[in-house]
Design a protein around this ligand. Structure first.
Ligand code: ATP
Length: 252
């Protein structure tokens, strides 16, 4: 958008460097028509939780991520669902991940428009990855038409679906279809998080960076021993403890 002054030079020593870089990226992708205004608001909700979580992957996140990686690698038809925010924040990491593990990616957006779908798909193509989404020939039952669109070869026939930054209705509808649902959401209290079979409470970019780092011996056997409800409770308790233990301004 002309006149939008969002091109700050952020020094890497700035205490909020990572967070400010993400905002810059989202504004850039907003101007490119990939992220929506509503996506910017959603990011704000996530950021608030991340601030409290400490802006790093805590142990409950790492445990869930290892189980999620094993589940994706062992599934027959795993699919990663991507929207505008996910493309902006973790597109490059997703492309590296998919090259390593050969998992399909499908563009699936809340505010549907052919133009925005094309932009997301073209963006991934510019990174060298063909993603599904332009041939939406199937529907997720229980959702109104635009929001339920998906591809038969992708989400519709998937056994495991990874849904970062998803809305609760779609997460619920995917569960009702019998999918194994893996969520990535900084808010452990969101409806999406509650519908996860594996609930990852972490930033989407950090989650994919962690997936890329794990060696097989780190994730092997994690699914069978993983207790999702217990792990999500650890995330909720962690946030509660952080809030009650902070009594004064931390050191600058
Ligand atoms: P729900 O319908 O699941 O209850 P919601 O209405 O609270 O979700 P939405 O605006 O639909 O929220 O989706 C945004 C979600 O994405 C929020 O729960 C927010 O915490 C999460 N989120 C935003 N940015 C990130 C990020 N960078 N990484 C992970 N999660 C994020």
């Amino acid at each position: 958008m002309k006149g939008w002054e969002n091109s700050l030079e952020i020094p890497s020593s700035h205490p909020r460097y990572e967070s400010l870089k993400k905002r810059e990226t989202l504004l850039d992708f907003y101007q490119r028509g990939i992220v929506t205004i509503s996506g910017l608001i959603s990011h704000g909700r996530g950021e608030a939780f991340d601030y409290i979580i400490g802006e790093k992957s805590q142990s409950f996140a790492l445990e869930a991520e290892k189980a999620a990686l094993e589940k994706m690698v062992r599934s027959e038809r795993p699919v990663i669902s991507v929207n505008g925010n996910v493309a902006a924040l973790a597109g490059e990491e997703i492309v590296k991940f998919v090259r390593k593990y050969h998992i399909r990616v499908e563009a699936n957006i809340f505010y549907w428009s052919r133009e925005r779908m094309e932009r997301i798909i073209t963006y991934f193509r510019s990174l060298g990855l063909d993603v599904l989404g332009m041939n939406q020939d199937s529907f997720i039952p229980g959702l109104e038409s635009d929001r339920g669109r998906c591809e038969r070869e992708g989400i519709f026939l998937a056994d495991t679906v990874l849904i970062p930054l998803e809305d609760g209705d779609r997460a619920e509808a995917l569960k009702k279809m019998g999918k194994f649902v893996i969520t990535i959401d900084l808010n452990p209290l969101s409806r999406t998080s509650r519908f996860g079979d594996i609930t990852i409470v972490d930033d989407v970019q950090r989650a994919f960076r962690n997936f890329l780092k794990f060696e097989e011996e780190e994730y092997n056997g994690k699914v069978s021993s993983f207790n999702n409800a217990g792990n999500a409770e650890s995330a909720i308790a962690y946030i509660g403890e952080r809030m009650t233990s902070i009594k004064r301004w931390p050191d600058l």
